[in-house]
Design a protein around this ligand. Sequence first.
Ligand SMILES: *Cc1c(COP(=O)(O)O)cnc(C)c1O
Length: 367
Amino acid sequence: MSNESIYRLALTGVQQLIPYKAGKPIEELERELGLTQIIKLASNENPLGPGKKAVAAIQAALPELALYPDGSGFHLKQALASKYGLDASQITLGNGSNEILELVARVFLTPDLAVVFSQHAFAVYPLVTQAVGATAIVVPASHYGHDLQAMAQAITAHTRLVFIANPNNPTGTLLAQAELEAFIDALPDTVICVLDEAYFEFVQQTAAADSIAWLQKYPNLIITRTFSKVYGLAGLRVGYSLSSPEMADILNRVRQPFNNNSLALAAAHAALADDAHLQATITNNSQGMQQLTDGFKALSLEWIPSAGNFVAVDLKREGMPIYEALLQKGVIVRPVANYEMPNFLRISIGTPAENAVFLQALNDVLN
Ligand SMILES: *Cc1c(COP(=O)(O)O)cnc(C)c1O
């Protein structure tokens, strides 16, 4: 038996699966180029780092590392429940919100069922769909955003799940609150809606959908959020979903009992109370968005208006060579050809200094 023959034993979807391609790690580029001053604006991480309260909570939790973590995440769930006016039984904690997306696929999908999501939507949706052998129905986007009417029309008797990212990554597009609620309201009872709000905290408050209020009406709604983006804890892997208690019960049945480690639980709990860091992050983000888009304007480039902590810029030519040239200058951004956006690059908002270095490098590479 050859090593290769093992592939044939895997599920068909897994045989053809192309794994998620993460942003290039700083250390990897350092090794390749022998550079040190590298800037990474590639994974929508918080350029201000984790907050002081989160770091202090990790230090305080270190002596307990020999013990298993609290598998129920009691304190973190209590804090989230009180923040959102929900019951703790409505919360499911994940090892990043990515894990929640995977749990949903595992508990609701079979190879006979289909999943609806938008073109240019977050890359994890096709991955978790394919991994369980379900059929992906990719609905063409409208101006790079979700076309909810077309998505509603794409739903058939086989559809069990709809993924919506709001704001979407990598486009940054935001759906109007009323339109989104009308879409969820019209879903058949047999279709679960995952509303992925990884960038919720960056959305201007006036435009933010109060999606949590919808949970009372829609038992088929799952809202996912994360500590990876605004809270600056991507390395710790903490995300969660908000849903009906029954939905949470289903997800918790297949969740690994200790899926969040004790340092992550402690840090996330502390981060929730660190309003100063949250506000500083949001302020840095809106100023950085202005800085980057002013820079694009000066370079006569267009971009997709973004509600997140990143922006997709249209180079009007192939993005990959520009990405490579930026790497040579020690700047890591994100090519998005795998999102059917070959002429775009996605730039995460950095500190003012990082944004300036990126814009200078982009100017050098383009001219
Ligand atoms: C970053 C991101 C996530 C979540 O990442 P986790 O680190 O796993 O919480 C989820 N959805 C979208 C659209 C994202 O961009």
